[in-house]
Design a protein around this ligand. Structure first.
Ligand code: ST9
Ligand code: ZN
Ligand code: ZN
Length: 334
């Protein structure tokens, strides 16, 4: 693999690994050629426990919005910090590192990202990655856990309220997860997942504002734990719903995922989804560097690279991107 040198100040920094062409044997998430199989009608089985819990969470989050005027400024700042932290656990950790291996990270950073991933409470890393790799490989088929062809609601939250389609499980079983089981950080995070969620997602966000700046326990719990968690969940789900339905497709007009800047902003850099599904190994999940729509995740990874915690960031060369745009991109007036 060669080293790609930047030629544009808006691009990511030097010493990036050129991710094109992709080395054989490192393809965890390429889209599979889907054979036409007869569709089997599977009855929808609602999981009422999840309907109840997610309804309660959303009602609590709305109540949390009304509590904001009672909160101290530091509490609000802390909630925003937790939002960004939990988002980083998903974007830099579960997504760009563990799902796509788009860069490598040293043990201290991997451990930190695993704690942030528990703060995000979106299932443990191994389960998250299994669903995500199957999403890329069988995108918008019955084997895709949040198949956007089933509509906005299903892709957003509906898929977490019903039993999975059997294809998700059969195809998902064929996904290689050996790299995750070889990483003790993922194995231990799975082993201690629920205690770690209790600590990072609920207990610390409640106790820190109370202990350090005298916030009421109730206000801290509702705003820093529940409202922040609910907001981060919805920002994540928007990548599956809005970024699969609304936006343009400059890289590949034959797939549904789209470039959605609003989603990218809320999801700290994930939302350039047409690019991402076309080039899943790019560590920036975008053609451009961190300035584009505040790709905070890329900025964080670049900073961590300065401290040697991140290395071998894979970047698709501008030439390959341009060729692909010309070959399969949507032509627009803009
Ligand atoms: C949450 C996840 O919110 C969000 C993920 C979003 C991903 C977005 C990606 C976009 C790109 C990145 C953008 C990041 C942006 C970030 C921005 C941040 C601001 N393969 O699941 P079960 C088998 S989670 C293979 O119970 P059911 C397996 O044997 C929220 N096999 O299926 C499994 O057993 P085990 C918090 C699979 O019964 C068994 O089936 N979490 C696969 O159909 C049973 O699995 C919750 O609320 C597969 N893919 O139930 C929990 N899947 O696991 C919600 C399953 O032991 N989930 N199997 O091996 C549930 O309650 C259930 O999963 C269910 C389905 C009811 C949805
Ligand atoms: Zn992905
Ligand atoms: Zn997607």
């Amino acid at each position: 693999m060669g080293t790609w040198k930047r030629n544009n100040s808006n691009m990511a920094p030097r010493n990036l690994v050129d991710a094109s062409p992709v080395p054989v044997g490192e393809l965890y998430e390429d889209t599979a050629a889907v054979e036409e199989e007869p569709k089997v009608q599977v009855p929808i089985r609602i999981v009422w426990r999840n309907v109840f819990l997610f309804s309660l969470l959303h009602i609590s989050a709305v109540y949390g919005i009304f509590l904001i005027p009672q909160a101290k400024l530091l509490t609000i700042a802390f909630a925003i910090l937790l939002y960004i932290g939990s988002a980083m656990g998903i974007t830099a950790g579960a997504h760009r590192l563990w799902s796509h291996r788009s860069y490598k990270a040293r043990l201290p950073l991997r451990t930190f990202l695993a704690c942030l991933q528990s703060l995000a409470f979106q299932n443990d890393i191994i389960e998250w990655v299994r669903d995500h790799r199957v999403h890329h490989k069988y995108s918008e088929t019955d084997a895709d856990p949040h198949n956007a062809l089933r509509g906005f609601f299903f892709a957003h939250i509906g898929w977490l309220l019903v039993r999975k389609h059997p294809d998700v499980k059969t195809k998902g079983k064929q996904i290689d997860l050996s790299d995750l089981y070889a990483d003790p950080v993922c194995v231990y995070q799975r082993k201690f997942y629920y205690p770690s969620v209790l600590l990072f997602c609920f207990i610390l966000p409640t106790l820190v504002p109370w202990y350090f700046w005298g916030e009421s326990i109730w206000v801290a719990y509702v705003i820093c734990a529940l409202l922040r968690y609910c907001a981060a969940l919805n920002a994540t789900w928007l990548v599956n719903s809005a970024a699969h339905l609304y936006g343009n497709r400059p890289y590949d007009k034959n797939i549904n995922p789209r470039e959605n800047r609003m989603v990218a902003f809320g999801a700290i850099g994930e939302g350039f989804h047409n690019f991402h599904h076309t080039f899943p190994h790019d560590y920036s999940t975008s053609e451009f560097g961190w300035r584009n729509c505040l790709n905070l995740t890329t900025a964080f990874l670049d900073l961590m690279a300065v401290f040697g915690q991140v290395y071998d960031r894979r970047k698709i060369s501008p030439e390959v991107v341009m060729r692909r745009k010309l070959r399969t991109g949507e032509v627009t007036d803009k």
